[in-house]
Design a protein around this ligand. Structure first.
Ligand code: BG6
Length: 489
């Protein structure tokens, strides 16, 4: 099925941190794919900005290499067309070098200007303020920032204040790339475009929810960032809490950005607080040691970051509660980690068991229905049901999935999250971006957990690379009589 391409009016996208990993690995390939899809119109420009001195031609050559490496581009007219849009400006984000040339480059018609800050969060405030001071922020300008927005609530406030002093909130696009993933949006379609599930979507019918984001990779070359961050800030504060919000939110009154974000915010504000009193029962944090993962023998986290010791967690499991009428008493189990046995992200909605069993079925009785939403890879949805084992010989039951694989069903590969998010930001559609109050509410939940960990003085629990994290994370769910989902393939 061909997807419909809506062309985007000409715009200027300025990438601060234009020679960085994110730009080469994700942003330029994503924009190139939009070029290939025919979405970009003339005279759209993409302007890389970084401190390094480089000519336009040198920069274009580096982008060409990146497209080959990360964008499956093997030359041809589309690549040349795309490269013709690429410009470069050497500029010192915190000094004066390059700003007057940059201003000249940005002179011209009143088109949409999107400033993408693919830099560390410490540069968000200075760059935003300077853009304002140079008169480069018109009402049609937008600023796009990556997570992490700060490292705690206080630093996030300071960044948000600085962004807000130059740009209107509706022009600030805070990226959480999980919201750009196809299946994450499908979750909204599943919930709000079908009447079937809504009557069941509450504590009367749902026993618990699980969210897993498992990665096989270690921290790679990002040790310096990661050691300051850890899994809680890197994954839970943003991606995982956003997934939880989409599962737990009330149906919004419309698909407008603020209607969606109002409902997500209510979920964040309803989370049962975790603090020193309950952190031991409700959280587990771990750090990988050496082991066998990602197809080979791998070193420990400390070896990966080149330090003798570190208290940073590479794994977190949490048991959360959402304190409202819909979810009272329904636990939400979250886990995420590096160097786990498989790479996948999924949401499991575990329904209640049948109230009265009339069929004999093993020692544990009839298993409860489960709805499994596979975010990646093999995007799709499976609804596990009980059916009769076919054939004669009495009433034997089987647990089988109603299975919808999106790739098989639609025969198209969905655009990368960044393709969708970049085009949405340019078009001014903020539905898939985080509003200021959401980011701050997420920090307000996460900060006390991190403080409680720090106070406890206990280091993260070790787990061998290639295992499902510390044994305590299995105990976290099993002591409630539940298990982490193992049924997908
Ligand atoms: C990023 C984190 O936001 O998300 C990384 O900083 C993580 O540590 C990545 O690996 C996971 O994203 P994806 O799309 O590969 O699941």
């Amino acid at each position: 099925m061909a997807s419909k391409i809506i062309k985007v009016d000409p715009f200027d996208l300025v990438v601060f941190g234009g020679t960085g990993d994110l730009a080469y690995r994700k942003l330029f390939p994503a924009l190139y794919h939009r070029e290939k899809a025919g979405q970009l119109t003339d005279p759209t420009r993409i302007i890389g900005v970084s401190r390094r001195e480089m000519s336009n031609e040198e920069f274009q050559a580096s982008v060409r290499d990146a497209l080959k490496k990360f964008g499956e581009a093997d030359g041809g007219e589309t690549v040349e067309k795309f490269l013709s849009r690429i410009h470069y400006q050497a500029l010192d984000a915190t000094g004066d070098k390059g700003w007057s040339e940059f201003k000249t480059l940005m002179d011209g018609d009143e088109r949409v200007r999107a400033y993408y800050l693919a830099t560390g969060p410490d540069l968000f405030a200075p760059i935003a303020k300077r853009i304002g001071a140079e008169g480069l922020a018109s009402p049609r300008s937008r600023i796009i920032v990556e997570k992490p927005i700060g490292h705690d609530g206080q630093s996030a406030n300071a960044i948000n204040d600085a962004l807000g002093s130059v740009f209107l909130e509706k022009n600030i696009f805070r990226i959480d790339h999980y919201l750009g993933k196809e299946t994450v949006q499908n979750l909204m379609a599943l919930r709000f475009a079908n009447a079937l599930l809504e009557p069941l979507w509450n504590s009367a019918h749902i026993n618990h929810v699980q969210i897993t984001v498992a990665e096989t990779l270690g921290v790679g070359g990002r040790g310096a960032y990661y050691d300051e961050s850890g899994a809680m800030r890197d994954m839970v504060q943003n991606h995982m809490l956003q997934l939880l919000c989409l599962i737990a939110m009330e149906p919004p009154s419309s698909f407008e950005a603020d209607a969606l974000r109002d409902e997500k915010l209510k979920v964040l504000k309803s989370l049962t607080p975790i603090n020193e009193q309950n952190v031991g029962q409700l959280t587990v944090r771990g750090q990988y040691r050496s082991g066998f993962a990602d197809g080979g023998q791998v070193g420990s986290y400390c070896e990966d970051i080149g330090k003798d010791r570190s208290e940073t967690e590479t794994f977190v499991a949490l048991k959360l509660g959402v304190e409202n009428w819909r979810w009272a008493g329904v636990p939400f189990y979250l886990r995420t980690g590096k160097r786990l046995p498989q790479r996948f992200s999924e949401i499991v909605v575990g329904f209640r068991r049948v109230p009265h069993e009339i069929f004999a079925h093993g020692a544990d009785g009839i298993p409860a229905n489960r709805l499994v939403i596979r975010v990646q890879p093999d995007e799709g949805i499976k609804l596990w049901l009980m059916i009769k084992d076919p054939g004669p010989g009495g009433m034997r039951l089987q647990h089988v999935p109603l299975d919808m694989s999106f790739a098989e069903a639609f025969g198209v590969s969905s655009p990368e999250a960044y393709e969708r998010l970049l085009m949405d930001a340019v078009r001014g559609n903020a539905s898939l971006f985080m509003r200021r109050d959401e980011v701050e509410a997420a920090w307000a939940f996460v900060d006390p957990i991190r403080e409680a960990w720090a106070h406890s003085g206990e280091p993260p629990r070790p787990y061998s690379a290639g295992t499902w994290g510390p044994a305590a994370s299995i105990a976290l769910i099993e002591r409630d009589g539940r298990t982490w989902n193992e049924e997908y393939a």
